[in-house]
Write a protein that binds this ligand. Structure first.
Ligand code: WTA
Length: 704
């Protein structure tokens, strides 16, 4: 499944082609959507398969673009002149803020657009109607334009928690054509500063604080670090705008810096009743950047276009999420991730739905919180991740039954879901009434790639399903050969065709874009035919005889922690900033709730002895440089790293030890003896029986 590159002068690593490893798992039984769901569903017409068949590509995607309101219609659906930099709906002019806000006023002016649920349960939910959203987006857009001097094409970095002001900020940017770059609120100030510098933002938008687990977090504290980090990278931040969690009351202990930091609620007073005409943007104008981890240390800014992206998320929200304007839709993801952008903000609002945003944690103050919110707001579409489902199941397996809510539709996204967990989701959370879609996709993709069509395809626990309309996935092995459905073999899942939601490029790094996603399976780099440029997703997958794809996990150096991508190299470079650390290696380990979490191996510089302080320092550094999400399960201080004769750290050996898997052949290492020493440090003296590890862990590090 992964490239087993073997250097000619070294003899390590396994000599099997990983793509040939047969994968055995039990075929699960099918579940059919309920007749009640089918009766009301948006997508039931079987002609969809024909409409989106390859012979109708790329015109098929006009069906999605036609769901939007354009200033000018496009003249070319797909332009392939500069592969693989595809252009969609070329010549079209559109504004995303207009489509998510203004155009809903006619029918839904005083219908809820956003419901914000504060963490403290004695604070009532706050409802923003489309009219109210319109007013607030306009006023804030006026502030951005006049007070900050921002205009189309400028970048702004937004580091905010889950509050209604976050989509207001994004939509205000989009109104002006300003490219927003939202950094997940849980990331550190330093992570924010690096991203702000990479994107060339000179305005940062913050919030003073927010509730999490019963505590008010001082979020503004991060702004100081972000500004300093950006400065170190050569990027000056001129203004930091600070929203207040409670307007009129500053909750942070961090001082405001005069002439740099400004309270939004105070400045907004000058922009009351302001109306800002949405700027008609080229279809191909970037709408936002979303940073994600990849195979090198530096996070990459995925650049998403306006027209194609909005069309794709709107179409998939309608057909796969089954969103109607009358639905109350709750996606529990954070808006700071792509799921939140596409399926809390842009897709649902473009369809005029009510989108719920909640503050805090799913299981605080108790395991009933999520179900209380669902009951209170009458949520009927629910969207979350396997990590959240596992956590909720563990904290309160019978809790959902105590509440009177009814979901018609539920989504799982972000990681593979175990069939056992899927069944709990279906039987207990969904009360056997709700259809489930397991949607597979990535930050780079804008929207869903594989999923069942909720009213048309049967569900199969643990399988994402076939490609969604207009997406033609394929599995290739390492020799560019197609791995056939039903062969029982795993390989690299690729998408044969472009689609409107695919990102435009990596911000400022066209070469890396081509190298990372297209070089591997490109048939002819001179070709201008899209057919020669399959998109490489870096996920392993198997396709069953029925055409359903089962996603196994990443084949590159990315660890999927609770559905969030962390680059191992990113974590390793953070560890290396600790004075005592000479070498660092990060591997994924199985975690009952989060799926995978990082585990760290470090060796020390001469003259230092292993002690707990050093491990604590490593943990603290990861939290400061990246965020709490990077907190490792354990830190192991080892005498030396297992290395090849050419000096490369064999992370696959460490991953095997951490997960009690077979370490395989280690005789060709430069220092085979250290492996047993490390094993004892990690597992104890007594030899443990190897486990039949999950596929992604067996593959981890085999690319080295
Ligand atoms: C994984 C999240 C199994 C996959 C939208 C992918 C999944 C990475 C699924 C992207 C799923 C996402 N089943 N695995 N339904 N959905 N993944 O960029 O490894 O944060 O490459 O986008 O998550 O994570 P990202």
């Amino acid at each position: 499944m992964t490239t087993t590159t073997i250097e000619k002068d070294t003899l390590d690593a396994v000599h099997t082609d990983e793509s040939q490893i047969a994968v055995h798992w039990k075929e699960e039984e099918y579940y059919a959507p309920s007749p009640d769901f089918v009766k009301q569903a948006n997508l039931t017409d079987p002609s969809v398969n024909e409409r989106f068949a390859e012979k109708n590509f790329p015109q098929c995607f006009e069906e999605y673009a036609d769901m939007l309101t354009w200033y000018e219609r496009w003249n070319t659906v797909l332009d392939t002149q500069d592969p693989p930099f595809w252009k969609w709906f070329v010549g079209g002019k559109i504004n995303a803020s207009y489509n998510c806000v203004d155009r809903n006023l006619a029918l839904y002016r005083n219908k809820a657009a956003i419901v914000f649920v504060p963490e403290p349960e004695d604070e009532e939910p706050q409802v923003l109607t489309y009219q109210e959203l319109y007013v607030r987006v306009n006023e804030f857009a006026a502030l951005l334009r006049s007070f900050c001097g921002l205009k189309a094409g400028d970048r702004v970095t937004i580091h905010m928690p889950m509050v209604a002001e976050l989509p207001i900020t994004m939509l205000a940017c989009a109104r002006l054509g300003v490219i927003h770059s939202v950094v997940f609120g849980g990331f550190s100030g330093e992570a924010c500063g690096l991203r702000a510098a990479d994107s060339g933002s000179n305005v940062l938008i913050y919030m003073d604080g927010y509730y999490r687990g019963g505590k008010m977090i001082d979020h503004k504290a991060g702004a100081e670090i972000a500004v300093a980090t950006a400065a170190k990278e050569g990027q000056k931040i001129d203004k930091v705008l600070v929203w207040k969690r409670y307007p009129g009351k500053y909750t942070s202990a961090t001082p405001m810096v005069p002439d740099r930091d400004f309270f939004v609620d105070e400045i907004l007073k000058d922009f009351r009743r302001a109306i800002v005409d949405p700027v008609p943007m080229d279809s191909e104008a970037p709408l936002f950047l979303m940073y994600t981890s990849g195979t090198t240390g530096k996070p990459k800014g995925c650049q998403h276009r306006t027209g194609g992206y909005l069309a794709y998320v709107t179409g998939t929200s309608k057909y796969i999420q089954d969103i109607h304007p009358t639905d109350t839709y709750w996606c529990m993801a954070d808006i700071g991730w792509i799921t939140g952008h596409s399926y809390i903000v842009y897709g649902p609002l473009a369809l005029g739905a009510t989108s719920v945003i909640y503050e805090g944690l799913p299981t605080y103050p108790d395991a009933g919180r999520v179900w209380r919110i669902a009951e209170r707001l009458g949520v009927n579409i629910f969207h979350t991740s396997p990590t959240a489902i596992r956590g909720l199941r563990k904290a309160g397996p019978d809790e959902p039954m105590k509440y009177n809510y009814h979901f018609k539709h539920m989504t799982t996204v972000g990681e593979p879901i175990e069939p056992e967990v899927w069944r709990w989701y279906y039987n207990i959370v969904g009360k056997t009434e709700a259809v489930i879609v397991d949607t597979w996709w990535q930050t780079e993709n804008g929207g869903f790639l594989c999923s069942t069509k909720p009213a048309m395809d049967k569900m199969k626990p643990g399988s994402a399903g076939p490609g969604v309309p207009g997406i033609y996935p394929v599995i290739y092995d390492e020799n560019n050969q197609e791995v056939k459905a039903g062969s029982g073999k795993a390989g690299n899942i690729c998408i044969r065709n472009p689609w409107p939601g695919i990102f435009q490029t990596i911000w400022g790094d066209r070469d890396r874009f081509v190298r990372q996603y297209y070089a591997k399976y490109c048939r002819d780099t001179k070709s201008k035919r899209w057919q020669d440029w399959p998109y490489f997703a870096a996920d392993g997958a198997v396709q069953a005889g029925d055409g359903y794809f089962r996603i196994l996990g990443r084949v590159d150096d990315v660890i999927n922690v609770a559905g969030h991508r962390l680059g191992t190299k990113e974590l390793e470079s953070a560890c290396l900033t600790v004075t005592e650390v000479a070498e660092a290696a990060v591997v994924p380990v199985v975690d009952e709730i989060k799926g995978r979490v990082p585990e760290i191996y470090i060796s020390l510089k001469p003259g230092y002895a292993a002690n707990k302080e050093i491990s604590d320092k490593v943990i603290a550094t990861l939290e400061t440089m990246i965020g709490k999400i990077a907190r490792p399960k354990r830190v192991h201080i080892v005498p030396d790293m297992p290395k090849t004769r050419s000096g490369k750290i064999m992370r696959r050996v460490l991953a095997a030890i951490s997960n009690t898997l077979d370490t395989g052949d280690i005789t060709t290492l430069a220092n085979p003896d250290v492996v047993e020493q490390i094993r004892i440090t990690v597992q104890g003296k007594e030899k443990l029986a190897f486990r039949e590890g999950p596929e992604d862990l067996k593959q981890f590090g085999t690319q080295e």
